[in-house]
Design a protein around this ligand. Structure first.
Ligand SMILES: Nc1ncnc2c1ncn2[C@@H]1O[C@H](COP(=O)(O)OP(=O)(O)OP(=O)(O)O)[C@@H](O)[C@H]1O
Ligand SMILES: [Mg+2]
Length: 488
């Protein structure tokens, strides 16, 4: 089966993608960590065991040779071997020892001349080495050469009579057997190590896969969200972390659900509110069309009603537009430092005729001059809505008090009225779009229930707060807090 170049490119691309993703995954790091934790101690222990075996074996062998050396040296000096020459017995012993240990024994006299060599290679030659020199000073010297694999022991031969050093015995013994045993041990350790690494790798891959499974579950649930909000709430409490993620996810899901619900409710409210004036207009025009030869006065009356309904429709659309606009342009506020006294005075002047109609006294009280960084158009809209409500939902000959105060951080605007008030259980709803307290009564007064919703949006956009205090039958106070310095 041959692979075409296009297929090859795809295979390479996919494998690179998989590799790249895998190396960034939590699973990869868990596997790596578990492997390191399992494998490193195993490798270190193997090296340590082999090393300490070698050291111990060399020490034991060296001690043995040193003992034999000392015994032989004593025998040599008692038999006056150095002065009298070859003694059969001792020579046999020397050869035996060198055979047992697979080594070489040399004996040197005071002039460093080799008088005995079990290998028979250097007899008669002179030998000066550091070990030999040290030994002539009276020390028993031993040295291990790991690379060339031998132990060398040099021991002084002392004269029996006056303890003078009369010669040196140099023994070099091969450590091939130690090396062979070590190689065998290493081979076995390697097999054990290989098996451990395989087991650790398998365990690491298994654990790594199992440990990240809860996260995969969370990812899947979040992915399912794109198919709709029907997803069940998440309960992945395998770890504390996944429990917290599930909790946060469930909160977000709840918020999304309620947002979706309020969006649907908003759409149905909008269509209902927009349809109401249209239905009235249809009824009005149909009834006038049905009446043949209707008097002009009736026409005029109906046209007046029609015009009112058109105005109502117009207001709803305008309010909706300003709400939508505010949702959209939350980011681009037109912030300028404004004199709040002047802003409020302008609003009250504009609303004066409305108050005069119901003989309502509007009082303005300013505690200090205040300059604040605000979007004048938007905030004016909010305050206008509040004062307009205070006038609209008031009693005849009532009053409206507007006050302005400030501290080093915020400016406070309060709108209090002597009006009909709001029942306590309704206060949490009045900021909702299209919410009106007493539908029948409110219908008489006229309005769409969007004013407070707009006002709250504006205040929130200024990073401020709005609160309501009300006593049914006594009056209502709205208090607004706006930061003096706009905190984008
Ligand atoms: N000062 C107030 N006194 C008594 N009730 C109030 C007052 N302000 C608001 N309300 C109640 O809260 C409801 C919501 O007010 P909001 O300003 O949002 O709507 P609206 O005045 O009915 O219509 P719009 O302001 O959109 O023309 C009102 O219908 C009214 O029942
Ligand atoms: Mg209003």
């Amino acid at each position: 089966m041959s692979i075409q170049s296009g297929e090859l490119v795809i295979i390479l691309g996919v494998s690179r993608y998989i590799k790249f993703k895998f190396f960034k995954s939590l699973r990869f790091y868990i596997i790596l960590l578990l492997m390191l934790v399992g494998i490193i101690p195993c490798v270190v222990m193997k090296a340590m065991v082999l090393d300490s075996y070698e050291k111990r074996a060399v020490d034991v062998r060296t001690a043995e040779i040193q003992n034999q050396c000392t015994i032989l040296c004593n025998q040599l000096s008692s038999s006056k071997y150095l002065e009298n020459g070859v003694s059969e017995i001792i020579q046999t012993e020397l050869i035996q020892l060198s055979n047992v240990y697979n080594g070489r024994i040399m004996v040197m006299d005071r002039e460093f001349v080799i008088i005995e060599d079990t290998y028979n290679l250097e007899k008669g030659k002179t030998m000066i080495s550091e070990d030999v020199m040290n030994s002539f000073r009276g020390q028993v010297v031993s040295r291990y050469d790991g690379r060339n694999r031998f132990i060398e022991v040099a021991a002084p031969i002392k004269s029996e009579d006056d303890e003078q050093i009369i010669g040196v015995m140099l023994v070099s013994v091969s450590t091939d057997t130690i090396a062979a045993t070590k190689a065998l041990l290493r081979k076995k350790a390697n097999i054990a190590e290989f098996i451990i690494i395989l087991v650790v790798m398998a365990a690491a891959v298994f654990l790594g896969t199992v440990m990240v499974r809860p996260f995969a579950k969370i990812t899947k649930s979040i992915g399912d969200l794109t198919d709709g909000y029907d997803t069940d709430y998440l309960h992945v409490s395998t770890y504390e972390e996944t429990g917290l993620i599930s909790e946060a996810f469930n909160k977000m899901l709840g918020r999304l659900k309620s947002l979706d619900e309020s969006r649907q409710e908003f759409v149905s409210n909008v269509s209902h509110e927009l349809k109401t004036p249209l239905t009235s207009m249809k009824v009005l025009s149909d009834s006038i069309l049905m009446q043949k030869d209707a008097p002009v006065e009736l026409y005029q009356e109906f046209m007046g009603d029609l015009s009112q309904e058109i105005e109502r429709e117009n207001k709803i659309i305008n309010d909706l537009l300003s709400l939508v606009k505010m949702d959209k342009t939350a980011a681009d506020m037109n912030i300028k430092s404004e004199n709040m006294n002047e802003v409020i005075e302008r609003i009250l002047k504009r609303l004066q005729p409305l108050a005069a109609e119901a003989n309502i006294e509007v009082v303005y009280e300013s505690f200090r001059p205040v300059n604040a960084e605000i979007d004048e158009v938007k905030l004016s809209l909010a305050i206008t809505n509040l004062v307009e409500n205070a006038i609209k939902y008031n009693n005849k000959d009532g009053w409206v008090h507007v006050s302005l105060n400030a501290d080093h951080k915020y400016c406070y605007i309060e709108i209090a009225d002597s009006g009909i008030g709001i029942p306590e259980e309704e206060t949490e709803h009045i900021f909702e779009r299209f919410y009106r307290v007493d539908k029948s009564h409110s219908r008489e007064i006229g309005g769409t229930g969007l004013g407070l919703s707009i006002a709250r949006n504006v205040v929130v956009m200024h990073r401020g707060a709005i609160k309501v205090f009300s006593q049914p039958g006594e009056g209502t106070t709205f208090s607004v807090r706006i930061p003096i310095i706009y905190a984008g």
